[in-house]
Write a protein that binds this ligand. Structure first.
Ligand code: GLU
Length: 441
């Protein structure tokens, strides 16, 4: 069975970059009728918080990305310890005592000599006595996995054939000096135990994948199919990493972005398929294909989410937004009309409030000096409310007959006088919603 997972660390709020990973894994599982696991990668106890873990769930629920199983790495520490013991018994695990400063110095020397900055395995040469001495002096060391120096190959779901020379990679630290198990081994143990068949993640994990393939094999697991999507950049190709904090999913929700707009955009961005609004998740599932994605950095522009949100909303019946509409105080008998007229003039539901305020309280009229007399005359011809769908037509016909104005010169000053704006809903349909017309007073 196809099993995928989304494995965020609860050290911050989910952002669009995380969502791209979550969505791809979700869609693969759903398309195959498989299982999607939410795994909270909380081995870093100092940086992980319950609040962020809850926020991750809440954000995924908002988007409708349901998961079939939930796991938490802090519940599984004994499994990681057992795996570490196994690697130790196999002689693939060794303790190293270099301080960060020493490692840095080694790296600098290597770079100066034009060599790749790969850990030199000096610790492998330490005798048991030397290690005991080090331990007494410096405390416990870190535990490194000894890579087999051969090429590591895999066929990546996005990058195609990848081949990495293990000798160009440092032996990864899997356990820190303070005993904290690191993601690299925890993830491997989980993926194996949970039967994960496909792993999609960002291309910043390519080297991790190479080392993890060797660890999985050492532990006797089955190597899943890996795919690495390109990283998102800003609209000009600039690195997004620093701005990702401002692209948190909860901020987008707050700004009124609709889940389907966000999901539709991210399910296609960077693929050969054109960006297209889909109205439901199933349509995204049906049209998704990992092989359509390219490996060049993908530009993301938050502004693209708003027109899509507008188009999504325009397709919704009142029933889908009835709570929002009545929450604004729109009376039930006007709700259908209000939504039918205003949905074409909003980008997000947040924009509805301004339209309702305008209808309820009237707009400050905008009257150009040249039009002052014309508007004043027109207002004397405006009948008393309440208005209906025929009011605008009858009124503007009367104003035309009286003043001789026609076309834009007739309609635009009246629109601006009634709504305070030069753009907006069709005035014929909008008139019945206007409770107050300030220009009339
Ligand atoms: N917790 C890891 C991260 O957020 C998971 C990476 C993975 O998918 O294996 O980067």
């Amino acid at each position: 069975m196809t099993t995928t997972r989304f494995a965020p660390s609860p050290t911050g709020y989910l952002h669009v970059g995380n969502l791209r990973t979550a969505l791809m894994n979700y869609l693969i599982a759903r398309q195959a009728g498989g299982s999607f696991i939410l795994r909270i990668d909380d081995t870093d106890a100092t940086r992980s918080t319950q609040e962020y873990a809850d926020a991750i769930r809440e954000d995924l629920e908002w988007l409708g990305l349901t998961w079939d199983q939930e796991e938490k790495q802090s519940d599984r520490l004994d499994r990681y310890a057992a795996a570490a013991d196994k690697l130790r018994d196999m002689g693939r695990f060794y303790e190293a005592f270099e301080t960060p400063t020493e490692l840095d110095l080694k790296r600098k020397k290597q770079l100066n000599m034009g060599k790749p900055p790969v850990y030199d395995r000096a610790a492998l040469a330490l005798s048991e006595d030397a290690k005991a001495e080090m331990r007494a002096e410096r405390g416990n060391g870190v535990w490194r996995f000894q890579l087999d120096h051969e090429r590591i190959n895999w066929t990546d779901g996005i990058l195609g054939d990848v081949s990495i020379d293990a000798a160009s990679v440092s032996d990864p630290v899997l356990i820190r000096a303070d005993g904290q198990v690191l993601y690299t081994i925890a993830s491997v143990v989980d993926d194996t135990d949970m039967g994960v068949t496909h792993v999609v993640r960002g291309s910043d994990h390519v080297t991790n994948t190479a080392t993890q393939i060797q660890i999985i094999k050492a532990l006797g697991g089955t190597v899943p199919t890996f795919a690495h999507h390109s990283l998102l950049t800003g609209p000009q190709g600039e690195a997004l990493s620093k701005r990702l904090g401002t692209l948190a999913l909860r901020d987008l929700r707050e700004a009124g972005v609709q889940p389907m707009a966000l999901l539709s955009h991210l399910a296609r961005l960077g693929s050969s398929d054109p960006a297209e609004l889909q109205m439901d998740l199933q349509s995204l599932v049906d049209s998704f294909g990992l092989s359509k994605f390219g490996n060049t950095p993908t530009k993301f522009n938050v502004d693209d989410l708003y027109p899509l949100t507008g188009r999504y909303l325009q397709a919704l019946p009142l029933a889908d937004v009835a709570d929002t509409v009545s929450g604004l105080g729109v009376p039930d008998d006007l709700a259908e009309k209000f939504w039918g007229v205003c949905r074409d003039n909003i980008e997000t539901l947040n924009d509805l409030e301004a339209w309702w305020t305008l209808c309820r309280d009237g707009a400050e009229p905008v009257i150009d000096a040249d039009d002052a007399d014309f508007v004043a005359e027109a207002m004397t011809l405006l009948p008393e409310g309440p208005y209906d769908d025929t009011t605008w037509g009858t009124w503007t016909a009367a104003v035309k007959a009286e003043t001789g104005r026609k076309g834009r010169g007739l309609f635009m000053p009246l629109r601006k006088a009634l709504t305070g704006q030069s753009h907006g809903p069709d005035m014929g349909s909008f008139m019945p919603l206007l409770q107050v017309i300030k220009a009339k007073a």
